[in-house]
Design a protein around this ligand. Structure first.
Ligand code: ADP
Length: 447
């Protein structure tokens, strides 16, 4: 329990409150005691000046202490004290305790007396002892101070109890979403990627929950992609593999002869498999961002010319006329030559494959701000509008059966897209069914 957040929060808050209330209590009770002391001193001073005044009034009227006893008794009564008035020679001449003390020698007081002088001559000393009963006039103040102290103690204790209860519930409220998150994270860790937490609000914990949810969604999406990829790859490998198997079984059962034609077919299937594996490897590197691209300032005109050259024999055979639209003043582009060459190769391969005999293919380049756009347009069969959004997806083919017959892996455009994006550029397609397609991509101008 001592490791639980709510417990630690409660302890921290309780200590803070205790220290605060304790400090206030000490400070206030000390102030009250000081004030009481000050009040007592002031009232003692006031008392002695009152006594001194009354005695002087008597003495100045009589020029002797004769008959002072009544004044001493009255003064003692009103000031709440015992007064013993002693003549300069030590004889008691007035005593509020009674006449029986008169004439005796005053000896028993350690109190510093109030000295009374007349014309610089000592005429007597008044010993003043506050009457313990009369001390009661400070009692209300003592009671007040005690009651303030009591209230402070009581209020403090009450505040601590209320605060502890509040802290207990508050900290549980704060920490319970964290518990929910921890539980969800544990389930996620065990493989349940559908875990989401429903926490509303705008605080840090809600932000944490949102981050958790988006992480879980990303993980789920990635897992889905992984499963799709495995299923797609298995599906793609199955066809050529079962073809190879079929040929081999037919030869074994003597239904087919292992002649040149059969071996060529077997070789074609093996070539398709090997191409698939190579392209998959390439794609996985590109998707993981691990392709090592060597960027250099290159002449795009030269690159385009070099890329179209290998296609000349096929273009001639299909009677396709190729036109190049390459302006003289094109800037250098910052690219990896081999990779861009591969992109152009894939686009040209598709253009040649999907263009009828006797039509045209155009390759053009043009500067657009900080980019150079390269396009490959054909007047071929075009792509249906509903297929266009998926054309760059892995293994996507418009016509599945024919694409397989022509040896397409369905990865060419996906790889081209990843390579263009690795350069910071974008690749787009425009196409009209029966009219032709235009694939274009952008590359950054070298600085
Ligand atoms: P493949 O290796 O099968 O050509 P791609 O990723 O290169 O795979 O192309 C995906 C699909 O897009 C092709 O199967 C084809 O149906 C369609 N496609 C690509 N380029 C063209 C084009 N120039 N004209 C018509 N269809 C095209």
């Amino acid at each position: 329990m001592i490791h639980r957040l709510w417990f630690r929060l409660s302890v921290i808050f309780a200590v803070i409150i205790l220290v605060t209330v304790g400090t206030i209590y000490l400070f206030v009770s000390e102030r009250i005691a000081d004030e009481m002391e000050y009040y007592k001193t002031i009232s003692a001073q006031y008392r002695s000046s009152q006594i001194r005044y009354r005695l002087y009034v008597f003495y100045s009227g009589n020029r002797s202490w004769e008959g002072v006893q009544t004044v001493v008794e009255d003064t003692a009564h009103v000031s709440g004290t015992h007064i013993t008035l002693v003549a300069a020679n030590g004889t008691v001449i007035g005593d509020s305790r009674g006449r029986e003390f008169l004439g005796t020698n005053y000896t028993d007081s350690q109190e510093s007396p109030l000295e009374l002088t007349w014309s610089q001559e000592l005429i007597g000393r008044a010993y003043i002892i506050p009457d313990p009963k009369a001390e009661e006039y400070v009692a209300p103040f003592l009671r007040l101070s005690a009651s303030i102290n009591r209230s402070l103690l009581l209020g403090g204790s009450l505040a601590i109890i209320i605060a502890l209860i509040l802290i207990f519930f508050l900290s549980r409220r704060i920490t319970s979403p964290i518990g929910v998150l921890a539980k969800a994270a544990r389930r996620l860790g065990r493989g349940d990627l559908s875990q989401r937490v429903q926490l509303q609000g705008e605080g840090e914990v809600a932000a944490l929950a949102q981050a958790f949810n988006s992480m879980a969604a990303d993980l789920e999406h990635a897992e889905q992609l992984r499963r799709n990829l495995v299923a797609d790859v298995a599906h793609e490998l199955r066809t050529p593999l079962s073809n190879i198997q079929g040929y081999l079984e037919a030869i074994r059962d003597r239904m087919m002869k292992p002649d040149a034609a059969t071996i060529r077919s077997l070789n074609e299937e093996a070539a398709l498999l090997s191409r698939l594996v190579n392209e998959l490897q390439e794609l996985s590197l590109a998707e993981a961002g691990e392709l090592k691209l060597v960027y250099q300032a290159e002449d795009i005109t030269k690159l385009v010319k070099e890329a179209v050259t290998p296609w000349q024999p096929q273009l001639t055979a299909k009677e396709i006329s190729l036109s190049l639209d390459l302006p003289d003043n094109l800037p250098l582009v910052n690219i990896d030559w081999q990779r861009v060459n591969q992109v152009l190769h894939n686009l040209l391969e598709n253009a040649v494959a999907h263009t009828r005999k006797g039509s045209t293919i155009n390759v053009a380049a043009a500067k657009q701000g900080d980019w150079v756009e390269i396009s490959v347009s054909d007047t071929g069969e075009g792509i249906p509008a509903e297929d266009l959004p998926h054309i760059f997806e892995r293994f996507y083919r418009v016509d599945k059966s024919r694409a397989r017959a022509t040896g397409g892996s369905g990865l060419g455009l996906t790889i081209a897209k990843r390579l263009v994006e690795a350069h910071g550029g974008t690749i787009t397609v425009q196409s009209k069914l029966g009219k032709g397609s235009r694939f274009s991509f952008t590359l950054p101008v070298a600085e």
